[in-house]
Design a binder for this molecule. Structure first.
Ligand code: S3P
Length: 162
């Protein structure tokens, strides 16, 4: 079974995915890194400048098709996968558990202070997407005031109950 982490930029998907994959003995896939591998580009700014958001979303679909067929992966998605439902549908169709990592916008802003690596970061997008993550996920995990290790343990416990 694959576990797919979703949530807004800065929700902690990448660091939680690392801990969770260790904890479960699963492989780790980081979608943004896979986008760089597949495009030969090195930053999201480069991806957006050369191919626009369309390129990012097309490559994300390709990755979802490929990784949904793998077994025992923890997959850390880019925050935008929720706007292209087909991406998460690929994973869900193969029985993946979808976990929403939730944090307030204020908390995310604090975490990302001084980080300019995300061209789409905006409160408007947070408000638009947050209900979509919640509606799609099998499990919702509150990340505020919790370490990535604690969150990984919480996800492990919640998945046992499914
Ligand atoms: C995006 C989120 C980013 C990255 C890109 C677009 C988005 O990933 O894929 O900048 O649309 O929310 P993270 O959620 O890992 O920051």
């Amino acid at each position: 079974m694959n576990i797919v982490l979703i949530g807004f930029m800065g929700a902690g998907k990448s660091s939680v995915a690392k801990h969770l994959s260790h904890l479960l003995g699963y492989s780790l896939a980081e979608m943004d890194e896979l986008v760089y591998q597949k495009t030969g580009m090195q930053t999201m700014h480069e991806v957006f400048a050369k191919g626009g958001e369309l390129l990012l979303r097309e490559v994300e679909i390709e990755i979802a098709k490929e990784y949904s067929l793998k077994k025992n992966y923890v997959i850390s998605t880019g925050g935008g996968v929720i706007q292209n439902k087909i991406i998460l549908d690929y994973f869900k169709k193969e029985g993946a558990k979808i976990i929403f990592l939730k944090a307030s916008f204020e908390e995310i802003e604090k975490r990302l202070e001084g980080d300019c690596s995300r061209p789409l970061f905006a409160k408007k997008l947070y408000d638009l997407r947050n209900p979509l993550y919640a509606a799609y996920a099998d499990i919702e995990i509150d990340t505020e005031s919790r370490s990535p290790q604690e969150i990984a343990h919480a996800i492990q416990g919640a998945c046992d109950g499914l």
